[in-house]
Design a protein around this ligand. Structure first.
Ligand code: SF4
Length: 165
């Protein structure tokens, strides 16, 4: 088993690591702001891609939602789905496109059950991915709030909770 897969099968350890990294970045924010977000983005995106690719098969979408998806990268789904599986998941839990591979979303759900800190976030509805952020550092986008900026049309959609339908 690859090292990245082995680590992903320990989602509680990964969520704790995420929590700690989040705190460190938030604490360093004033310094990062002084150095300049653009400059820090240039410095950070390489190491961020390198580490996250090894562990998560990261595609550098620039708006990381790993903690909301069982520490499993939803962009590694061949359909890039951000809100759960498509209708093609096989009875054995494998992917419709790559039958020999487990569905990313089945893995995400199962792993989220082992995450006491962030596991419930799997129920959140994620906005569409903003392709303009592709290739940039998700950590810097988190600090600047760019990762919360969503495509315009999404602002105008009213999300109705299931119970009110
Ligand atoms: S959600 Fe985006 S930034 Fe996070 S691991 Fe996946 S592709 Fe990379």
């Amino acid at each position: 088993m690859k090292f990245g897969q082995w680590l992903q099968n320990h989602p509680h350890f990964l969520e704790q690591t995420y929590w700690l990294t989040h705190r460190v970045f938030t604490w360093l924010d004033p310094l990062i702001a002084r150095l300049g977000y653009e400059r820090m983005d240039r410095w950070l995106r390489g190491p961020e891609e390198w580490t996250k690719r090894i562990v998560f098969d990261c595609r550098m979408c620039g708006q990381c939602i790993l903690h909301s998806t069982g520490m499993t990268c939803s962009m590694s789904c061949p359909k890039n789905l951000r809100n759960g599986p498509c209708g093609g998941v096989r009875a054995n839990g494998h992917c419709e496109v790559f039958p020999d591979k487990p569905c990313v979303w089945v893995q995400a759900y199962n792993r989220s059950l082992e995450m006491p800190r962030y596991g419930d976030e799997i129920l959140l509805i994620e906005p569409p991915v903003n392709r303009q952020l592709e290739g940039s550092s998700a950590w810097i986008n988190m600090l600047t709030g760019q990762d919360k900026v969503v495509p315009k049309a999404w602002d105008q959609i009213e999300v109705i909770p299931i119970a009110e339908k």
